[in-house]
Design a protein around this ligand. Sequence first.
Ligand code: SF4
Length: 293
Amino acid sequence: MDLSYDYPLYRPPSEANSLIFQVTLGCSFNKCSFCNMYRTKQYVERSWGEIKNEIDIAHESQPDASRIFLADGDALSLSTSRLIQILEYLQGKFSKLERISCYAMPRNLIQKDPSELSQLRRAGLGMLYVGIETGNDLLLKRVTKGATSRGIIQGCIRVKECGFTLSCMVILGLGGKKYTQDHIKDTARVLSDISPHYLGALTLTLEEGIYAEFMTKFGEKFEHLDDFEILDELQRLVEFLQPNSPIVFRANHASNIYSVGGTLPEDKGRLTSLIMELRRHPEMLKPKVLRRF
Ligand code: SF4
């Protein structure tokens, strides 16, 4: 028997081959003005009985699964004891398991203290995907992220110190034309402080269902960046980043205008040359109809 998911279902691009269990449904926050992912869902923490049953079903067809992703939007909201129960059951069930990961909000990272995070790490949760979106405090407020740059840095450094592999996401174009300089300057500063192991840059794409809400919450006229300005943000982000350890960088999400990737700071020169080449040859960019958030 196959698992039946409660759609919509999201996972990071790098979890394409992972077995997915929805231990929560929706997002416990669900207020970020740019995010339409879980607006149709009520946040629910699924019962241990439901989760265990799904693990048992999946094990029958995929006993050799090596990667597992815990969905939906912020599985780290679950209590530490429930998460440990899930992690220990998964570890006992899947003998070839190499990695368990989930999404987390910045606030999840500071709601759990270091000893809880260390327990989760020891129980097998290895990788966290954290949407930080921007390092600029005004923009964090305008997009109702429910986080500050200070809290983001604190939480991200905490999970790294507890041994997690950390993957952060930021959104190009989030500040529109007016805040493009501040957005990238502060985002590069915050990311340099954190130095996550992985970094993904998405591009702002407002779906119809949240367009009006985004504009209202932004509180002033918002002007979208054009493709050249997005490339400019990408270039500045790459140039300004000064990590204290290497970051595997990707801008290969469905929303991006071109797939770019490398290791920073090592590949700064190559990425900058590629971005400049794209500016000279906009015909190489992904057609607008193929871009989505
Ligand atoms: S961006 Fe993340 S935290 Fe914000 S509403 Fe979407 S899923 Fe929830």
